[in-house]
Design a protein around this ligand. Structure first.
Ligand code: PGA
Length: 256
């Protein structure tokens, strides 16, 4: 057993209006306080809701961490439409998702862009939740581990072992995201163990043993306990099931 504390984070994606985001954050904060879950908890609303959600969490003295779904790696300046680390920190953000499959495969971010964002997040002193994962056609030809390895190596090149303390990996098989299809606990564990092996090679075994690896892809209260019981699954990155406080809580309760 390791002493990695599970980290369960809600990725709210492009959902909700401001009032709905605040109500959801308040619901999560109340449940987290009343139930004392055995995991760290985070929520990542859309940029435009970060300020209101951050205020709601602070008003409740909540330990729920505030995250952003993306970030521009450079400092403030002439980058129309982008959002900087300084802006996020000003709102109380402490973790940032990088390389989510929707940014890789829908928005079209390449591995160089993702590596730059990892660098920018770490340079800003924030925690980076780096998402990796294979597409269905890649899984079907047995390339899961190779895809994860390629994405890890390119995104983490130049990251030091010390900085890796602020890195969380989210293994999210693309075919499982938002589809209701979930990796079996055994398949997920196998992929997570392989990811940890790559991290040991990039850094060292001790550093790799301390890095949290979340599972993401249709995690729900009904499948979370079994997934989170796997030795190398250290939490979850939750999309659909994070959009309702009670179902998100049902996942957090499953973390020991
Ligand atoms: P899902 O999304 O839980 O809806 O599958 C997970 C994610 O995209 O992070």
């Amino acid at each position: 057993m390791s002493d990695r504390r599970a980290f369960v984070a809600g990725n709210w994606k492009m959902n909700s209006d401001r009032a709905g985001a605040v109500a959801l954050a308040e619901g999560v904060a109340d449940l987290a306080k009343n139930e004392a879950w055995h995991c760290e908890v985070g929520i990542a609303p859309a940029f435009v809701h970060l300020d209101a959600v951050g205020r709601a969490l602070r008003a409740k003295n909540s330990l729920v961490r505030l995250g952003a779904q993306d970030m521009y790696p450079g400092g403030n300046g002439a980058f129309t439409g982008e959002v900087s680390a300084a802006m996020l920190k000003d709102l109380g953000v402490d973790f940032v998702l990088v390389g989510h499959s929707e940014r890789r495969h829908v928005i079209g971010e390449g591995e160089d862009v993702i590596a730059g964002k990892v660098r920018g997040v770490l340079d800003a002193g924030l925690t980076c939740v780096l998402c990796v994962g294979e597409k269905l056609d890649e899984r079907e030809v047995g390339k899961t581990d190779a895809v994860n390895e390629r994405q890890l190596r390119s995104a983490l090149a130049g990251v030091s072992a010390g900085e890796a303390e602020r890195v969380v990996i989210a293994y999210e098989p693309v075919w499982a995201i938002g589809t209701g299809k979930v990796a079996s606990p055994a398949d997920a564990q196998e992929a997570h163990a392989a990811v940890r092996g790559v991290l040991a090679d990039i850094f060292d075994a001790g550093t790799a043993a301390g890095i949290r690896i979340q599972y993401g892809g249709s995690m729900k209260p009904g499948n979370a306990v079994e997934l989170l019981a796997q030795g190398d699954i250290d939490g979850g990155l939750i999309g659909g099931a994070a959009l309702e406080a009670e179902s998100f809580a049902g996942i957090c309760r499953g973390a020991e």
